[in-house]
Design a binder for this molecule. Structure first.
Ligand code: 0CM
Ligand code: SF4
Length: 319
């Protein structure tokens, strides 16, 4: 006599939308792929092109070589700067060495660089709201001379920061911060320094804003949230925080399906899933497949907005 297999327990997976790749990530990856076609392997990439191991491993398999600094790039090889942006000294040095380089900095990060330069040229000291040591913060601070920009990471630092001249002050922000936390920091700075110049709200990009809004809307209606993304991905980590802040304590960051401890999801009937801007959709599909092996899965879509934005490739690669 054979045992009848036990029916799988039901699980509803709620997919937040938008999620996953943004226009800047899409463009950055295409730049590496087209450069490999154009120049042949190896093509060097300074820093992970985007903060995702699956993406980086895939490009490495095609012939990309990832390094952290320009002095690891041989003179004859082409090099690409990552989506997060680089300090001015990097293209300057590449130019001095006569390297062939391509800049995959997201246009929305470049926009912040331009704002910073404009404030500096107008004689304003700049406060950068962002997280220390993140490559985007290093890149943005490196648009102006040392000391021209002060870093503020949180509310406490916003209360404590002492600019040279409060009448001649501006702010810019990292693009991947928490929308709510940043609004609170900007409010403190505006209260302390009424002459503060800057964007109307902040410089957080559309992709970060939309993914946070989508996960916030979803979080209250699910028992747990999985965010696909890397531990060094700022925008992905913010999605976990936003989901927790919206009432879903069981919100975790996972790089891919194999990392999920399914026993930690015991008792979960509705599982929310989203992905950071650098996490490809195939990783979401992998999670759904892994869940189907354990549960009778029903899919639900919680789409808040549709995104249509795309960015042009650099002229050298667009033909
Ligand atoms: O800035 P962050 O750490 O979120 O980078 P990412 O590579 O995960 O996402 C895309 C970007 C940018 C800039
Ligand atoms: Fe550009 Fe935003 Fe995507 Fe970063 S997360 S690459 S700033 S669109």
């Amino acid at each position: 006599m054979t045992d009848t297999p036990k029916p799988l327990p039901p699980l509803t997976i709620v997919l937040a939308g938008p999620r996953g790749f943004c226009a800047g990530v899409d463009r950055a990856i295409q730049i590496v792929e087209r450069a490999l076609d154009k120049f042949g392997a190896p093509v060097y990439v300074r820093h992970e092109i985007v903060h995702n191991k699956f993406v980086v491993d895939g490009l490495r398999a095609k012939g990309a070589v990832f390094v952290e600094e320009l002095d690891q790039v041989p003179d004859e090889a082409p090099v690409i700067f990552s989506a997060h942006g680089v300090p001015k000294r990097v293209p300057d040095e590449a130019g001095r060495r006569g390297l062939t380089y391509l800049d995959a900095t997201c246009p929305l990060v470049s926009k912040v660089h331009t704002e910073a330069e404009r404030h500096h040229e107008a004689g304003r000291q700049i406060i950068l709201i962002g997280h220390a040591n993140h490559p985007e913060v290093i890149g943005t601070m490196g648009q102006v001379p040392d000391g021209a920009m002060l870093l503020v990471e949180d509310l406490e630092q916003a209360e404590a920061v002492q600019p040279a001249d409060p009448e001649n002050l501006a702010f810019v922000t990292q693009t991947t911060l928490s929308v709510d936390e940043t609004a609170a920091i900007v409010a403190v700075l505006r209260r302390r320094f009424p002459a503060l110049q800057g964007p109307r709200k902040e410089d957080i990009c559309y992709a970060t804003t939309n993914r946070q809004a989508a996960v916030r809307a979803m979080a209250a209606g699910v028992d747990a949230v999985l965010v696909l993304g890397a531990p060094n991905s700022s925008n992905s980590r913010r999605l976990v925080e936003v989901a927790k802040g919206a009432g879903c304590d069981r919100s975790i960051l996972v790089q891919r399906a194999a990392d999920i401890d399914w026993t930690s999801l015991d008792g979960v009937a509705r599982l929310g899933v989203t992905a950071g801007a650098s996490a490809p959709e195939v990783l979401v599909e992998e999670v759904i497949e892994a869940a189907r092996a354990r549960f009778a899965v029903t899919l639900e879509h919680a789409t808040l907005t549709e995104e249509t934005i795309t960015f042009k490739l650099p002229r050298a690669l667009s033909a």
